[in-house]
Design a protein around this ligand. Structure first.
Ligand code: PA5
Length: 448
């Protein structure tokens, strides 16, 4: 099987061999810290071994549960926020025919998401749709205390119990949470829901290779064993060496830090396949929460081209020069489509007649890369042989390992997220949660 590669050949105007040599030692140290488990946040390194330590019995159980859900449900509702939904959404959207639900026989249950926002309209419309469909639910929260999914689950639990009765509803609900703590665990135990455990040493945004994402991915009809095998292959490469030339994760972490130190404080992750939109969202959380702290960190942004060349393209070409781009380039599409010839050629497009769309998309990618380099935007390419479960596994593990190395090289703890608490405290105070009386008064005064 082929492997993901990183192409930095067009970085020459922005960095040189000397910079690479200089940063190699730092990467070697970060690699040693990570693999020797001596760095900050080292009690959250369980994700590193998931591709090889995940019990076969767990995978078998997930596949069996997925088959049961596929039998009983047209819709599978995944309730979760942040790392508790982005990983599954990224993989499912990357691999699913975007028009699947409109086909006469969709084949797989439609996976939909809830509790990743607090919109009344969104959830009311979801419940309305669920009234007309057979459905099942996964409620996912590592902490078991996050407000958004808890609110959504309260609504959906009432709905599913009213629709199917308590006994049948219990068969249709699966909780994925901590082994022993949190309100969701208490509720799941009290109600007798089937549960999966998120390991203690795996943080939310690093949980894509746990039941958190594996169950929804399996329900959507994808091969989770192939996903894990792809991740295992990338793990082997990532662990084997810290040398930039031999380890694409180390190389990516190194060039990001080199560019950041030159004042490139925004990284744009670019995809030329629209199904990668949620891969970009997953990556944004992974890098944003892991590195954005202590007033440091690269701001992770994302675009899908060529659509966004007609919106963000202008800024990238000529706006403030603090950017660099990382392009996820897919080598081989799964479909074939040629531009037809037209004897009238009124649209003047016969120069591309007979060409595959992929070839046109590829030239758009290369042309954009060169234009942006000319506009002073450094370009990194991550080349993935194809979009499949196996290569999705490689890509996920690549980004996770590189993120950990990059965070250590930046000098932060990549595995905590202290800043996420600030908004929660204010929201609780403004909602009048008991215990927040002092903060409630202070905030209301500020808002008056
Ligand atoms: O990376 C993280 O830990 C967070 O972003 C979480 O994924 C997110 O806050 C959801 O948390 P939980 O799964 O505990 O509900």
């Amino acid at each position: 099987m082929k492997q993901l590669t990183i192409d930095i050949s067009k970085l020459a105007p922005f960095t040189d061999a000397a910079a690479m040599t200089d940063i190699q030692e730092e990467l070697t140290n970060s690699h040693r810290m990570l693999t020797g488990r001596t760095g900050r946040g080292n009690d959250f390194l369980g994700w590193m071994d998931l591709p090889v330590t995940t019990d076969e019995a767990i995978l078998t159980r997930i596949i069996a549960d997925a088959a049961r859900i596929r039998e009983m449900a047209e819709v599978f509702v995944v309730i979760g926020i942040g790392g508790s939904y982005l990983g599954s959404r990224a993989v499912i959207e990357a691999l699913t025919n975007p028009f699947q639900s409109l086909l006469p026989e969709p084949g797989n249950p439609q996976v939909v998401f809830a509790g990743e926002n607090l919109s009344e309209d969104y959830h009311a419309r979801l419940l309305e749709m669920l009234g007309k469909r057979e459905y099942a639910v996964a409620v996912i929260s590592k902490s078991g205390t996050t407000t958004e999914p808890a609110v959504a689950f309260r609504l959906i639990r009432q709905h599913i119990e009213n629709k199917y009765g308590k006994e049948e509803a219990r068969r249709r609900i699966i909780a994925i949470t901590d082994a022993s703590r949190g309100a969701l665990k208490t509720l799941a135990d009290a109600e007798g829901y089937s549960t999966y455990v998120i390991p203690d040493d795996v943080g939310g945004r690093f949980s894509v290779l746990t039941p958190v994402a594996l169950l929804p991915i399996a329900v959507a009809g994808f091969d989770i064993r192939a996903l894990m095998t792809g991740a295992a292959q990338m793990r082997e490469t990532a662990l084997r060496s810290s040398m930039l030339a031999q380890n694409p994760c180390a190389m990516y972490a190194a060039v990001r830090n080199i560019l950041y130190r030159q004042g490139r404080s925004t990284e744009i992750l670019v995809a030329f396949e629209p199904v990668l939109l949620y891969t970009i969202e997953w990556w944004k959380q992974l890098y944003g929460e892991s590195e954005g702290k202590e007033h440091k960190g690269i701001f992770p942004a994302g675009v899908t081209f060529t659509s966004d060349l007609h919106s963000m393209g202008q800024y990238i070409q000529e706006g403030r020069r603090n950017l660099f781009e990382t392009v996820i380039s897919i080598e081989k599409p799964s479909q074939e489509l040629e531009v037809p010839a037209d004897s009238h050629n009124l649209d003047g497009l016969n120069f591309v007649a007979g060409k595959r769309l992929t070839e046109i998309n590829r030239q758009a990618e290369l042309g954009t890369m060169l234009a942006h380099i000319d506009g002073d935007v450094p370009n990194i390419r991550i080349v993935l042989p194809a979009l499949s479960e196996y290569y999705a596994g490689q890509l996920l593990y690549f980004f996770e390992f590189a993120c950990a190395l990059s965070g250590y090289t930046l000098g932060v703890n990549p595995f905590d997220q202290p800043g996420v608490e600030a908004y929660k405290k204010n929201m609780f105070a403004l909602l009048g949660k008991p215990g927040f009386e002092k903060e409630t008064a202070e905030l209301r005064k500020r808002l008056a």
